[in-house]
Write a protein that binds this ligand. Structure first.
Ligand SMILES: CC(C)(COP(=O)(O)OP(=O)(O)OC[C@H]1O[C@@H](n2cnc3c(N)ncnc32)[C@H](O)[C@@H]1OP(=O)(O)O)[C@@H](O)C(=O)NCCC(=O)NCCS
Length: 180
């Protein structure tokens, strides 16, 4: 469990499937993500099973994040490091707040800082990569704020809402991270 002032990050549970089904079948959320097909309960169960195997193998950290509200907390999203590579000390970062009422309130920024700290301090990572669709202003601001640098763009790589959109590639190296 990783805890900040506003968020806590905890391991996945089978019961999180209910939230996943709600979040990842909401077009307002998925417009920003690479997934585009309806998410079935079977697909979510398989994803959780597969994630459990990757976590066991040490190539994946998948966490649920909760907004701290007094003595309790509300489950609002998911965050992770995947493709953890022990030779190159690299990984990729992903985040989604599925509860839209919680967008734009600093939860994503704090959760990202917590998982970057974990990646660099506990997993001994050297480089964490990420990417976001060019129209996702919130995500672009978040990446820059926590220290990611833009590496380039995959031009018109994603088709969404009848248009092709650029994919902005980011990375952060250990010596660029705040805890260095
Ligand atoms: C992208 C996401 C993780 C950001 O987390 P968040 O908690 O909403 O963002 P934060 O509140 O921490 O703030 C991020 C920045 O965006 C800004 N922002 C907030 N609302 C905004 C808006 N409507 N348009 C542009 N910028 C906005 C904030 O002001 C902040 O920047 P600042 O500190 O320089 O002012 C979250 O909105 C989300 O999960 N969205 C849906 C799925 C998604 O896009 N996932 C990321 C895929 S790469």
């Amino acid at each position: 469990m990783l805890r900040g002032e506003k968020v806590l990050l905890r391991p996945l549970k089978r019961s999180d499937i209910t939230n996943f089904l709600k979040w990842f079948n909401d077009p307002e959320v998925t417009q920003y993500l690479s997934m585009y097909l309806p998410m079935t309960e079977m697909a979510e169960e398989k994803w959780i099973e597969d994630a459990a195997s990757r976590i066991q193998a040490g190539t994946h950290v998948g966490l649920i994040f909760e907004a701290i509200e007094g003595d309790s907390s509300k489950t609002i999203g998911t965050i992770g490091l995947h493709g953890i590579n022990p030779k190159d000390h690299g990984a990729s970062f992903g985040i989604a707040i599925g509860e839209k009422d919680y967008w734009g309130n600093g939860y994503g920024t704090e959760a990202t800082r917590l998982i970057l700290d974990y990646g660099f301090q506990q997993l001994n990572l050297h480089r964490i990569a990420s990417s976001t669709l060019a129209f996702n202003e919130r995500s672009i601001k978040l990446h820059k704020k926590v220290g990611f640098r833009e590496e380039g763009r995959q031009r018109e790589a994603f088709f969404r809402n009848n248009h092709f959109h650029d994919l902005v590639m980011f990375s952060i190296l250990r010596n660029e991270w705040r805890g260095h």
